[in-house]
Design a protein around this ligand. Sequence first.
Ligand code: FNR
Length: 341
Amino acid sequence: MSTSRKDDHVNAAFKQYQTNPTDFESIRFIHHSIPKYNLSDINIETSILNHQLTTPFYINAMTGGSEWTAQVNKQLAMVAKEAQLMMATGSISAAIKDPKVAHSFQIAREVNPDGFLLANLGANHPLENAKKAVDLIDADAFQIHLNSPQEIVMPEGDREFREFEDHIGEIVHGLGVPVMIKEVGFGMSSETVQRLIDIGVSTVDVSGFGGTNFATIENSRREKEDFAFLGDWGQSTAVSLIDNYHLKDVVDLVASGGIKHPLQMTKAFALGAKAVGMSGEFLQRVLTKGVDDTVEQVHAWEEQLKLIMLMLNAPTIPDLLHTDLIFTDFPKEWAEQRHID
Ligand code: FNR
């Protein structure tokens, strides 16, 4: 990936930031009036990728590959270190092609030597490259992204997908660190997740529609901007979770895409997610408010999450699965047409 494209993506995602409808608005908790716990009873720890997280949300994959994005990764890594958050770098493919840009990813490890850090590559890469990416940043786990709509809208994007399933299989079985398969904001159907389970995948980020939109970003980078009609392609994060709810005990579900505050996080956990990733929101905060303010915001979100759980009588993240929800609008239609109770 060219360094200018890396800068374009961060710039465009930063400008695109807005509060889009996410479908979470159409899912409401039923309020019950008798609280049963004290704030000190609430525990927000969770566990994914064979790792215990003290905070159930994290900094999801974004960037690296240019001088400017090295600085962005540095700031994100400082937040991850201070607030003890899991963090993924952006796709390391740029450094696989050109070792001169490796440092823009390695900086995330330099800043945060003891943090839980994920490397990231697309499914067009074989096991050998995944190993290189993990070694480059001494990653604790690995993300493979699936992003066919983005590739399709990108004029220089990938058009060859035949080897994807084989790559995923060989990486999951041969890499030696835990692997998460993720979308990039288009959501995942239960057919996709079931196929991934069959290949041997145990952690999936459904990363749905509702936040950063790479169909729109790539269209704005096209000379004629002639792919605007794909601007609403995909499933929201909320709907993706509904679609995969029946698989939540077979695979660890992770939610990302449009998540900006603890009420949305709580709904994602109630719909089966074990952790929540945020990209656009962290990018916006770190670039406009800086590292210290973002760390403060993380602590505020942690506290707010606990307070919502207190109201919902859910002392732990898994207890949120027993809360009562009402579905309206599109999520209701989706559940009905996909025959999900
Ligand atoms: C991304 N995302 C992403 N995902 C991935 O797996 N590899 C990558 O290299 C990137 N690059 C990237 C750059 C920028 C600037 C952004 C904002 C995002 C996608 C990201 O991880 C996530 O799936 C989507 O952005 C949806 O989440 P948000 O942004 O709505 O919270």
